[in-house]
Design a protein around this ligand. Sequence first.
Ligand SMILES: Cc1cc2nc3c(=O)[nH]c(=O)nc-3n(C[C@H](O)[C@H](O)[C@H](O)COP(=O)(O)OP(=O)(O)OC[C@H]3O[C@@H](n4cnc5c(N)ncnc54)[C@H](O)[C@@H]3O)c2cc1C
Length: 460
Amino acid sequence: MSGDLTTLLTRELGADRVLRDEAQLEEYGRDESGLGPYPPDCAVLAESAEEVALVLRLADEHGVPVTPRGAGSGMTGGALPVRGGVVLSTERMRRVLEVSHEDLVAVVEPGVILGELQTLVEAQGLFYPPDPASLAFCSLGGNVAENAGGPRAFKYGVTREYVIGLDVALVGGERLTLGRRTSKGVTGYDLVGAFVGSEGTFGVTTGITVKLLPLPQGVATLLAVFPGITEAGRGISAILASGFRPRALELVDKNTIDHIRARAPYPFPTDAGAVVIAELDGEPEGMEAASLRCAELLESGGATDVVVAQGESDRRRLWESRRLCSPALKEAHRHKINEDIVVPRGSIPEMLRRVERLTELTGLPVATFGHAGDGNLHVNLLCDEDRTRHDVARRIDRGLEQLFRDTLELRGTLSGEHGIGLAKQRYLPLEQSPGLIAWQKKLKRLWDPKDLLNPGKIFP
Ligand SMILES: Cc1cc2nc3c(=O)[nH]c(=O)nc-3n(C[C@H](O)[C@H](O)[C@H](O)COP(=O)(O)OP(=O)(O)OC[C@H]3O[C@@H](n4cnc5c(N)ncnc54)[C@H](O)[C@@H]3O)c2cc1C
């Protein structure tokens, strides 16, 4: 069946757009989760919404699964074609169709790289805040599917807050326009809200309308040094309790700093037991006073030193260094099991205390960093042994289960931004009731009755 479809797609779209080469298919069977590979039968490089719809129509007729793919930077295996079939890549749909100053919106194709959109709108005095650390290479389509977030979510919220309209194509080839272009609107159900974060299981996004903001003119970035992670947790709590609102409040623990230090363009202090990066924005004339206030709060929480990044290039170096956290850990270890739990803000210090116990439980080093102001922590179990070995797998499982149980005990949630995908589905029942899971499966069946679109994801 699938072979027939590959032949048909090749005839319709041309051989250069339907990849069948073994090495290429292995590439399209991987993402940043480290799971797989799950090579598809073919990978289609769509160039338009019409072509996406065509693939979905023909796949439906042949009963072949389709897995949407953006840039393949997902951390939970969402883009992996676990049941084979077609990988439908939007990487060639990279046009920014419109940037409107009057309406404060941008309209883009799903393959547009996030960082490129940000550079483009910022040059025009506009601002698209969501800033996952993968912004240099992840796509807007993937951001929508995963409801991506980043440091600036602390003040500005995640992708969901900015997506107001979507063009989608469904299994069978039907195309729909969801949502609106206006800043407000409650006509009918909020289907944009349902599609954002649906991990590519409801439909394939072919067009995205996002809200823009005026670009803040004043920005200041501070780095606070703490003796250890517990004190850093206290520093974060001091800011949260005061009502003071930076746009980002990030934590990096000692183990992570040690991994990035050699290649980080920003010189992290050698005596840091943990650092907190705080970034403020607003009117330029208010930045100095705001920076002072922020530094005082961090010091009241136990910071031994607070340095302010000097100028734009210093700021950029600091954030580039922060974005190295994940790649540096990944390069240094055979396996990096990266979780992205979230706890209510008041429980951040307690969660950090519990995370510190994971090494004792598993015998594995743990590195923690992330969007601490939101209670969203990337807890990484680092492993240099073969994780398929039974005893190693059991230690990892034990650690993950404890991490998730602690998170839920503190009334948190399993994933703040990476989604469930393939990697976390077996833990979903720890958080969600059988009834809730059953209702979500019904919702999935409504959009995709034959379970052809990105099958085998989210649900255990
Ligand atoms: C170093 C690094 C740092 C990261 N930091 C962050 C971070 O700070 N915050 C964060 O949120 N994430 C982060 N991520 C994870 C990842 O970059 C995001 O999840 C991103 O949104 C995925 O985008 P992508 O284009 O690579 O999607 P892919 O990996 O290709 O796909 C992800 C999911 O989206 C679906 N999908 C993709 N395109 C479409 C489409 N057009 N229609 C329907 N479904 C689609 C896929 O089926 C899959 O389920 C990081 C990843 C890396 C490697």
